[in-house]
Design a protein around this ligand. Structure first.
Ligand SMILES: Cc1cc2nc3c(=O)[nH]c(=O)nc-3n(C[C@H](O)[C@H](O)[C@H](O)COP(=O)(O)OP(=O)(O)OC[C@H]3O[C@@H](n4cnc5c(N)ncnc54)[C@H](O)[C@@H]3O)c2cc1C
Length: 371
């Protein structure tokens, strides 16, 4: 299905992203599944404008449009969730800087991230789980002249080369209080050590590193918010909402897989409980809600955040279900080692497991005050 068949009037940015996804990404998906990090493609998406829509005013471009950012992630996700996730990582980094009051980083780092010249990501799984009472902060800082000395380790940070940038949060004891600080770290700075030593069931091409901080100096010039209070409420809906791009891409591609085998296998596939039309109806409804939510990503109300969390949860659950039915529709042709359906099924579980995972999203809905 073409971009125009999905989106009536695609923007120039989405048209460029579509060309990179179709011409460059699609032929490489098996190699990415086997571990290739698609650096050139990540940079090409940057040149196409895929990392700038949600921070547009900050980089001197037109109005902010997070919906376009989500659609760009979705377009890559129709072929490859590893790449779509790396795009989310890059977009999250831009979002953190663009949403901060750090004028210097906005003027220097942000345009490079938005254009894909500087690649990077986010180490916020641990703090996002900490702030919702699931685990303890892994990074701890101490105030020193000119910044903070930070110790600790993050087990997973994706889309980060040896010299990549990534968002972090660390805790600092401040008298009897503990405060949390958000900053940007670099993989190649003194005191930071990174290693690629993961072996996942999918998502091998995401350049996912373990990162150790051994008294690394996070200079004041790299601090995004000290303390994080207020800023966290500002960035968290966008952080969660942009992940729905992966879900839209996965559901669209699962529908396409079901339709592809409709000719040869439709006479028996029609007995399966779920058909492509069922997922298309679900997708249309979910996409409408996501695009509506994407109009106001800086809404800090609880009622808005509950809607974002609900859409993200539905997207994750629909992704695994759609990929499951794509596998059943494709049968043995999807089950072979090079089969598209089995790769998509493995990738779909990532959408349900990455922070905030399905279980965390359900806990958040249980814990957040009713709107
Ligand atoms: C491919 C991939 C890429 C990721 N990229 C990023 C990223 O860019 N940034 C980021 O912040 N997070 C990243 N994560 C982490 C991810 O977002 C989740 O936090 C993680 O999968 C665990 O979430 P969970 O809610 O399932 O926690 P649970 O599975 O409930 O685990 C809770 C804690 O248990 C420990 N634990 C359990 N099993 C293991 C294990 N086998 N090895 C190590 N520790 C374990 C960890 O401390 C973990 O945080 C990535 C994970 C994967 C698989």
């Amino acid at each position: 299905m073409t971009l125009q068949e999905r989106i009536a009037d695609p923007s120039a940015m989405l048209t460029r992203v579509d060309a990179v996804a179709t011409n460059d990404l699609k032929p490489l998906t098996r190699e990415i599944d086997a571990g290739l990090y698609p650096e050139d493609i990540m940079r090409a998406f940057g040149t196409a404008g895929a990392y700038g829509s949600h921070v547009a005013p900050e980089i001197g471009a037109e109005d902010m449009d997070m919906g376009q950012t989500i659609q760009a992630i979705a377009r890559a996700g129709e072929h490859c969730i590893s790449t779509a996730f790396c795009m989310w990582c890059q977009n999250a980094l831009a979002w953190y800087v663009g949403s901060s009051d750090n004028a210097a980083l906005k003027a220097t780092l942000l345009p490079k991230v938005a254009r894909g010249e500087a690649l990077g990501g986010t180490g916020l799984s641990n703090p996002m789980k900490t702030f919702f009472g699931i685990e303890k902060m892994r990074l701890k800082g101490t105030r020193v002249d000119g910044g903070y000395r930070v110790k600790g380790a993050l087990p997973w940070v994706s889309n980060v080369g040896e010299d990549g940038y990534f968002g972090i949060v660390f805790s600092v004891e401040d008298g009897a209080q503990v405060k949390h600080i958000m900053a940007v770290a670099r993989g190649d700075q003194t005191g930071v050590k990174t290693a690629l030593d993961h072996d996942f069931m999918s998502m091998a091409g995401t350049a996912t590193r373990t990162v150790q901080f051994r008294d690394a100096l996070i200079e004041d010039t790299f601090v995004l918010s000290d303390p994080i209070d207020g800023y966290l409420q500002k960035i968290r809906p966008g952080f969660v909402l942009m992940q729905t791009g992966m879900a839209l891409g996965m559901i669209r591609s699962s529908i396409a897989l079901m339709e592809q085998v409709g000719g040869p296998l439709g006479h028996v596939n029609k007995y399966l409980e779920k058909q492509p039309e069922d997922f298309q109806a679900l997708l249309d409804e979910l996409e409408d809600e996501i695009m509506e939510l994407a109009k106001t990503p800086y809404d800090t109300s609880i009622s808005y955040f509950r809607r974002v969390v609900t859409a993200r949860l539905r997207g994750g659950e629909a992704s695994t279900e759609a990929a499951h039915f794509a596998m059943l529709h494709c049968g043995a042709r999807g089950f072979v080692s090079q089969g598209e359906a089995q790769r998509r099924l493995r990738e779909s579980y990532f959408i349900a497991v990455v922070t905030p995972a399905t279980k965390q999203l359900r806990k958040m809905l249980a814990d957040l005050p009713a709107a």
